[in-house]
Design a protein around this ligand. Structure first.
Ligand code: GZL
Length: 375
């Protein structure tokens, strides 16, 4: 399968999102009256926007131009997920000529399959799926194919069917490999000879979990590291805290590395370690690593609480729109489209890492970088 790495559109999407974000931060008032006025103004603006959206859809529908899209999203479990949803809502808006039928599947695979079948019944023009788990898809994708509805998969992968047009997302195994190569170099730079590692995995069966685990464990095995335990925190802050509380009780004093497979799990793990009196981060006893790269995680990285964050870019929607436009033009879109991603660190003692024969830069987090982040 040909691959395409897209960075320009991601930057454009980021700038667009940032511009919107920056604009929305300019009118904060402190007085209660002003706040009430702002609240009334905001409600009025929301009503006006909804009216405009409906009007735009009606106009486009009148022209027969509106493109109806069914989007079955994983859920709302993390900051990353919120940014992924926002990216799709920003691109597939009424003013852009779309009617987005969005379903938050709340991390429930049965709900997700039902949502896709609902889109078929609605006879939408396109279906976007971010698959909660990577298996159990061939039957419903065959139903989409029989209904003549193109399916585009984003983010996580589907491993038991190829009945979809394109997949847009990240290389999860590469993310895991990068974390392992950084940890090796970091331990050497710090003179740490023995690594005893605890892992808080993502949602069981999710390709992001499978890939990150596979990549990191490949390095751990090569280096002879001791992975003491590895349990799922389900990509949530609550899950990360619960697992880390258990780890602090079961493995007190036995570990010096915690790998969290997303930012929200890292936030929960931090709370649990703080409560247990375990120090972490640049000046702590435990090296803390996360995946995703949301703004809050980079804040913690800047503060030295999280040692390194390996980005997973949620801004897939601009590339999905490219796929839809190619299909509409009778062209064959790329089968796999990879978004560009960075690796972030709190310190500058590991400038670069080698992953799959490619040199990746470890970007030291600054406030300027954080301010420019889209999520
Ligand atoms: C990865 C994505 C994962 C994120 C988590 O692409 O599916 O799911 O890493 C999210 O934050 O919950």
């Amino acid at each position: 399968m040909k691959r395409k790495v897209v960075s320009v559109l991601v930057c454009a999407a980021m700038v667009a999102t940032m511009a919107v974000g920056c604009g929305s931060s300019s009118s904060t008032d402190t007085s209660s009256d002003a706040a009430a006025t702002t609240e009334e103004d905001t409600a009025a603006a929301d009503d006006a926007a909804a009216t405009d959206d409906a009007a735009a859809t009606d106009d486009a529908a009148a022209d027969g131009d509106v493109i109806t899209i069914g989007f079955a999203q994983v859920g709302h479990e993390s900051d990353w997920r919120t940014a992924s949803t926002q990216s799709c809502q920003d691109v597939f808006s009424a003013e852009n000529g779309y009617d987005l039928q969005f379903v938050d599947c709340d991390n429930d695979s049965a709900v997700q399959l039902e949502a896709v079948r609902g889109f078929i019944e609605q006879q939408v023009d396109y279906i976007i799926i971010d698959p909660i788990v990577s298996t159990g898809w061939d039957t419903v994708l065959t139903e989409c194919e029989d209904a003549g509805i193109p399916v585009i998969v984003i983010d996580r992968t589907i491993d038991d069917s190829d009945k979809y047009v394109s997949w847009v997302g990240s290389e999860f195994k590469t993310e895991g490999l990068a974390a392992g190569e950084w940890l090796k170099a970091y331990a050497e730079a710090k003179g740490i000879s023995e690594l005893n590692i605890l892992v808080i995995e993502g949602s069981t069966g999710a390709s992001a979990t499978i890939g990150r685990t596979e990549g990191f464990n490949e390095i751990a095995e090569r280096e002879g590291w001791n992975i003491i335990d590895s349990q799922t925190g389900d990509f949530t802050q609550e899950g990360g805290q619960t697992v880390m509380e258990s780890y602090c009780k079961s493995y007190e004093g036995q570990f010096n590395v915690v790998i969290c497979q997303n930012d929200n799990e890292a936030f929960g793990a931090m709370d649990a370690m703080t409560a247990a009196g375990v120090s972490y981060g640049v000046d702590g006893d435990v090296i803390l690593v996360s995946f995703d790269g949301c703004r809050t995680a980079l804040d913690y990285c800047l503060a030295g609480d999280i040692n390194a964050v390996f980005e997973c870019n949620p801004m897939a929607a601009p590339m999905v729109e490219e796929v839809i436009q190619a299909l509409a033009a009778g062209e064959t879109p790329e089968a796999e489209i990879f978004v560009e991603e960075s690796c972030f660190a709190s310190e500058d003692n590991v400038p670069t890492i080698e992953v799959n024969g490619e040199t990746k830069e470890m970007t030291v987090v600054t406030q300027e970088l954080i301010d420019a982040r889209p999520f």
